[in-house]
Design a protein around this ligand. Structure first.
Ligand SMILES: [Cu+2]
Length: 161
């Protein structure tokens, strides 16, 4: 009578031990840089704060893509902004207007620029914690679901873009 009960307790104990073990083993892995299979490398990341508080900021950067297959940029996330959109500038009737960017496809080995007067990430509803001289994290998500994050330098409206 005692023996089977002991066996059950042992099993429960082993189960708990396993759960605790895998939890402590997983935590350091998650805290390390998440695996980045995006093939994206970003340089020159910077966020231009708006001249008037309450307006959106623009984020510019250079992309180099070195993946195995065509990649499509799907969305952007900017730490400290409520919402971010991928924008492009186009000329219509002699004036420049901006709007949602057509999906950007990158072939292996290709690069692209997000720069003043062209493509940019528009960041809306900015946290007051985003101040010139600091940095913020920008995350790009590809259509494949792969993500790539980078630090963007925060600059004030009058600084070099
Ligand atoms: Cu815009």
């Amino acid at each position: 009578m005692l023996k089977p009960l002991y066996a059950v307790l042992l099993l429960i104990g082993a189960g708990l031990g396993l759960a605790a073990c895998s939890e402590s083993a997983d935590t350091p892995v998650e805290e390390a840089a998440p695996e980045d299979n995006s093939g994206l490398a970003i340089t020159n990341g910077r966020m231009m704060l708006p001249p008037v508080a309450g307006n959106p900021a623009a984020v510019y950067f250079d992309i180099a893509y070195d993946g195995d297959a065509e990649a499509r940029l799907a969305s952007a996330y900017v730490e400290g902004a409520e919402r971010a959109e991928l924008h492009d500038m186009s000329e219509s009737g002699g004036s420049m207007t901006m709007g949602e960017m057509a999906p950007l496809a990158l072939q292996p080995g290709e690069s692209a620029r997000f720069e003043p007067g062209g493509r940019h990430v528009m960041a809306f509803d900015l946290s007051p914690e985003l101040v010139a001289g600091g940095t913020t994290e920008v995350t790009l998500t590809l259509a494949s679901g792969d993500k790539h994050s980078f630090e963007a330098e925060i600059r004030s409206a009058g600084d070099a873009r």
